[in-house]
Design a protein around this ligand. Structure first.
Ligand SMILES: Cc1cc2nc3c(=O)[nH]c(=O)nc-3n(C[C@H](O)[C@H](O)[C@H](O)COP(=O)(O)OP(=O)(O)OC[C@H]3O[C@@H](n4cnc5c(N)ncnc54)[C@H](O)[C@@H]3O)c2cc1C
Length: 395
């Protein structure tokens, strides 16, 4: 790359068009950078399931100018319920909707990953997104960084961002390839038409309208029900403690019978809802130990490439959104010296990513204790505003 001077836009290459990569691309584009995104998959589309989008993530969506549109495709549960796994006793029923903005400065929303992904993509120029291109290698050069693709091309930029997920090639090239850790958790994720919950009304231990965020909690797992896509769909996350995971694939085909067997003895109403699944996959949950550095020269990691974490706090995508915005903010502040800007990004983000990663692990351990201790504090997570790099102060 030529020298960076007045009048020349910094060119940023983003590897991976997941939630983290597209957030970085949208924020960089918003701030006037030239950005090119390279994604291994041939098509971007309806992948993934429901995601909880906590207030810290919604603040990033707001900073990208997408909050209103996001509200239209997301859902905000009215109440939160905890239900005992076997007896169906409701141990907590509390107001959920509208409480979060007062305390944390933004709503707590639920959405299909595909809906959030589509919105982020709408903020990146079409000509900047290249699908079917896999990164095989990255290296720093005298004036920037270069990516080599699997089909042998070399693409240069001033900066390369590795947003290529838990099995990140960029991370492997910079810091070594290590196998992710199986966390002793497996899960099933399914999406049902909301009518299925309504049809199950007489089997459930309490009235559920579909506008609730429900946790069926047991010592060997928990099952979450929550609405997505404006309440049209019911998202179900069924997590189970298990020390056995034979496959090295993340998601493997499973059967309804296998899933129901894993929850033998749980409340029949909950099992009835699970039994409405059409197609069933199971996932082995993997994470990694925190990484001390996310940056090497002009190459930086973000999202799961930097800090893959257990879903216990529902923060993986949220912290990826934060990273994506924060890296654009640092590059905009210090575009005359991108190397220093990337180091400033690492100084700001690595301690937070590491802390959330470790708390997600600890919360998983605590959930298995009988009786479970009170949940670990999350206010320091939700209060954060990555658009400014500061905490929201409750009014
Ligand atoms: C069961 C489960 C439930 C979860 N629930 C929540 C939740 O409720 N809330 C929440 O905030 N988070 C949740 N998460 C976490 C969240 O899904 C992830 O943290 C988040 O999607 C990570 O985004 P990312 O962009 O870093 O990575 P990814 O979404 O994995 O994207 C990486 C992209 O890079 C591409 N890629 C990979 N290698 C290459 C290559 N060599 N070259 C080019 N492209 C490449 C991939 O195809 C992919 O598109 C959950 C995770 C799991 C497993």
């Amino acid at each position: 790359m030529g020298g960076i001077g007045p009048g020349r836009k910094l060119k940023v290459i983003v590897v991976g068009a997941g939630i983290g990569g597209l957030t970085a691309a949208a924020a960089l584009h918003q701030k006037g950078f030239e950005v090119q995104v390279y994604e291994r998959a041939r098509q971007l589309g309806e992948v993934g399931a429901g995601l909880q989008i906590a207030p810290n993530a919604v603040k990033v969506i707001r900073a990208l100018g997408l909050e209103e549109e996001f509200m239209r495709v997301a859902a905000e549960p009215i109440e939160r319920l905890s239900i005992k796994w076997d007896t169906g006793e409701v141990t907590v029923r509390e107001r959920f909707k509208d409480r979060m903005p007062e305390i944390f400065g933004a709503r707590y929303l639920m959405a299909h990953r595909a809906d959030l992904h589509r919105l982020l993509l709408s903020r990146v120029p079409e000509s900047s997104v290249h699908t079917g291109v896999a990164c095989a290698d990255v290296a720093n050069t005298a004036e920037g960084a270069v990516m080599r693709t699997e089909d042998g091309r070399e693409i240069e930029g001033d900066v390369i961002l590795g947003a290529d997920g838990i099995k990140s090639t960029v991370r492997g090239k910079l810091f070594g390839f290590l196998t992710p850790r199986f966390t002793n958790q497996i899960c099933w994720r399914l999406i049902l038409p909301m009518e299925e919950l309504h049809r199950a009304a007489d089997k459930l231990p309490t009235r559920l309208t579909g506008s609730e965020y429900v946790g069926w909690l047991g010592p060997t797992g928990h099952v979450l029900f929550y609405p997505i896509r404006g309440g049209e769909l019911l998202n179900i996350f069924a997590g189970r403690v298990s020390t056995e995971w034979a496959s090295d694939d993340w998601a493997v085909p499973s059967s309804k019978e296998e899933m129901l067997q894993a929850y033998a003895g749980w409340h029949p109403g909950m099992l009835h809802v699970l039994s409405q699944a059409a197609e069933v996959f199971k996932w082995g949950i993997h994470d990694r130990d925190p990484l001390d550095h996310w940056v090497q020269g002009r190459i930086a990691l973000l999202g799961d490439a930097a800090h893959p974490m257990m879903p216990t706090l529902a923060q993986g995508a949220a912290i990826s959104l934060e990273d994506g915005y924060a890296i654009a903010r640092h590059l905009a502040l210090g575009d005359a010296d991108p190397t220093a800007a990337l180091l400033a990004y690492e100084r700001e983000r690595q301690p937070r990513g590491k802390r959330v990663q470790l708390q997600a692990r600890q919360q998983f351990i605590n959930n298995q204790l009988v009786p479970p201790p009170p949940p670990l504090p999350v206010d320091w997570i939700y209060s954060y505003d990555a658009a400014s790099g500061s905490m929201h102060k409750a009014a």
